[in-house]
Design a protein. Sequence first.
Length: 236
Amino acid sequence: MQNYSDELAAFRKSQEDELTKDGGWLSVVGLYWLSEGDNALPPALRVLGKLVRQGETVRLYTPAGERRLLKPNSAEKLTQGSVTAQILQRGKRLGVRVYDSESPARKSFKGQHWYAPDESYKITADFHPYPQGKTLAITNVLGDTQPVPCPGYVTFPLNGRLCRLEAQGTPTGLFFNFRDLTSGKTTYPAGRFLDTEKPSNNKVVLDFNKAINPPCAFTEFATCPLPPPAGEKKSH
């Protein structure tokens, strides 16, 4: 049976592998928003043709006169040498995210920095489902806000205080987007991400040793969601 130290090491290696793989966040080199009508491709891909946006539809027009429909947020790619691009949609925006397997960030990456493991931050929390469900208004770094299903919240004691976090649902469990006293000091200012398994008997394990910085910590061309506003506001 794998001990906790080995489990944590394997998790952290998997995170580094995700960052450094072809198409990982360290390969991202650009994000271009499309206007209505004709749009030039990024310079490294311009030989492939041009993009034409009509409403929420994007097509590639090649120099040979061919037309190819490109679906936003799909696995479809445009490729030229080490450079690839995908169409993405964020709210009403349509854009082109560009990756380069030879990117300077990928080549110069020296590894992630982690806190020393502390099993006191592996916590079994109480899960409180919302019987009728709930929707959170989640805003991303672009200022776009969209409703996200919230199946419930968790509560847990930590350092003498009772804490509460709203959960977002995922196909495999729960997702938490949170800020704490480390935010902007030793961790990314906007907050961090934490995934868990599905609750069992209204209990869920939160392992804050596995909290990770969002993609925006590694590239300016990500569109990360921000933590939902919750709890007490500052005094006026």
